[in-house]
Ligand binder design. Structure first.
Ligand code: DSN
Length: 416
């Protein structure tokens, strides 16, 4: 993209953007919730659509001159409905938390009860964490993973639901490496008269490509972000097959929670949905899943332990205790050898969240960059070698050299 104007008018910001591009190029990106959008998505986001106010919905706006942005929003809605086989979609949520706010506001009154996955067991802030709006506005209770299997145990979820009688059950996670049984969640929700909201943000790309069972048509409301495995711009969306709920979601989003939609971001979403409808996206997600498995195998063979014993999706949750290293230390030392990831709590966590005993390792971004299964296995081995040798600078330098050679084979955004 051409930043020549910005370099002239605001060299400080232009330089920071250049530095960030270089940072992205110089490391293997393994943060499970990040990805690299196509240049087309970025072009749509950097367009004149950022100038337009369009409060309301296509055909029913509170401003004049919305005919062209209506084309954009209608395309985004049509494409996301086609991608997921959904009847209705709202594509205005600015983020995943915002999408969850819309879902809750459509279904609940303040003080009502929600049952979501605990943050320290792999859930998300907006699924009822006490520091989040979702745990302040609503009465939140949680389920976790089974301490032995480290997987969601649906009998436990059913027992908690039966005891707590929530109005909404939330399924979905930010750090859970296994397939989630949405049908089983729907049964539990039905048995206690609760609505089921599925937040599929992490696995949205896998669901779109058929690599994870879909929650659409199973949950009452499905929420998501667009920027994780789906590889779009930062943002959110909400799906439902129920016409009455669709109206409530629209009202909750605008005017309930937001003013003007970000039309440039909605254009980026439409481009990303269009890309995800191509056969090449299915192939990409197939490689994402294969690469995550190979990363996990490399780390396990290197002496680390995977929470739940493996992965079914795009991420591994890694227990670092065999290496006697904390998540914070691992994140830092991996950064020095050119691997970006994030520390993460693990089930039965003994450390506080800012230290943690694990790291989360995801394959969506590195797969977009072109790394293959064999390289993924090697990267997994190098992660293990790095954490087991965190104080041996000679070993770390050799690993960094090997990572740099691998990065050079997969240039990022050569067109920029
Ligand atoms: N912060 C995101 C993640 O990293 O999973 C979730 O929104």
């Amino acid at each position: 993209m051409d930043f020549s104007n910005l370099h002239k008018t605001d060299p400080e910001i232009a330089s920071a953007i250049d530095q960030e591009l270089q940072r992205q190029r110089d490391s293997i990106e393994l943060i499970a919730s990040e990805n690299f959008t196509s240049p087309s998505v970025m072009e749509a986001m950097g367009s004149v659509l950022t100038n337009k106010y369009a409060e309301g919905y296509p055909g029913k706006r509170y401003y004049g001159g919305c005919e062209k942005v209506d084309i954009v929003e209608n395309l985004a809605i049509d494409r996301v409905c086609k991608l997921y086989g959904s009847k209705f979609a709202n594509v205005q949520a600015h983020s995943g938390s915002g999408a969850n706010m819309s879902a809750y506001m459509a279904l609940l009154q303040p003080g009502d009860k929600i049952l979501g996955m605990a943050l320290d067991n792999g859930g998300h802030l907006s699924h009822g964490a006490k520091v989040s709006f979702s745990g302040k506005v609503y009465h939140s209770v949680s389920y976790g993973v089974d301490p032995q299997t480290e997987r969601i145990n649906m009998d436990d979820v059913a027992a908690i639901a039966e005891r707590e009688k929530p109005q909404v059950i939330v399924a979905g996670a930010s750090a859970y490496p296994r397939t989630i049984d949405f049908e089983a969640f729907a049964e539990v929700a039905k048995s206690v008269g609760a609505y089921l909201v599925v937040d599929m943000a992490h696995i949205a790309g896998l669901v779109a490509a058929g690599y994870h069972p879909t929650p659409v048509g199973v949950a009452d409301i499905v929420t998501s972000t667009t920027h994780k495995s789906l590889r779009g711009p930062r943002g959110g969306f909400v799906l439902t097959n129920d016409e009455e709920l669709a109206k409530k979601i629209d009202k909750a989003t605008f005017p309930g929670l937001q003013g003007g939609p970000l039309m440039h971001v909605i254009a980026g979403k439409a481009v990303a949905f269009g890309e995800a409808l191509q056969p090449s996206f299915k192939e990409y997600i197939g490689r994402v899943v294969e690469n995550a498995a190979q990363l996990g195998k490399g780390m396990t063979d290197g002496g680390l332990r995977l929470v739940s014993g493996g992965t079914d999706n795009h991420l591994c949750l890694v227990d670092l205790t065999p290496a006697n290293v904390t998540g914070k230390e691992a994140e830092e030392v991996l950064g020095t050898v050119g691997i970006t990831c994030n520390k993460n709590t693990i089930p039965n966590e003994k450390q506080k969240a800012s230290i943690a005993s694990g790291v989360r390792i995801g394959s969506p971004a590195m797969t977009t960059r072109g790394f293959n299964a064999e390289e993924s296995y090697r990267i997994g081995q190098l992660i293990a070698q790095t954490v087991f040798n965190k104080d041996d600078q000679e070993v770390l330098d050799r690993i960094h050299g090997e990572i740099n050679d691998m990065l050079a084979k997969h240039p990022l955004y050569p067109e920029l």
